[in-house]
Write a protein of this length. Sequence first.
Length: 197
Amino acid sequence: MNPRTDDLIITDTSPLITLAIADHLHVLTMSRIRIVIPDAVFVEATRIEGAPGASRLIEWAADHDDLVSIRPTEIGLDQINRLKTGRTIRGMGEAAALEVLETTARQHPTRHLFLLFEDRDIEKRSIILPPNAYAIATGDWLRVLEMAGLIQSADQILDRAAAEGRTMERQRMQLSKPTAIDAANAAVAKRSPGHER
């Protein structure tokens, strides 16, 4: 199987901010799964100079353009117009992520799509995920990487983010469905050191 056939779609700014302020954005590319950041999410995370993790995120995305893509969306275009006119952009990142999910699922029905979330907004939206899509929390994704031997400790990363002021209590619990964790374990394991290709 092609090792680049899965996508990790970032659904909101929270996972990016958590990993950026913990100085661990690099863990997202360790699995060699393609990282897809909707344009509206990227703008929300980086538009304010000096925002937590913004400069690290910009640098990391540029340094890993082989695996990290900023995906343009219709929602992102609307977001730009709203910013110009001073209107709210609340919830537009999650809406852009769902647009990316819908488009990618339609174009690539066999590709596994993982929606990385931290805020409850993506959980609250009444969406039916395609059969090849899974919502997975930041803490659960980190534990998948730990189980695969790609990182030493998920808790160390969460501790570091907490030390920088992030509330990480929810991420210490399992928030994702077992089917999402199983699919993530399988996707990451096939890319891990020692896996026979």
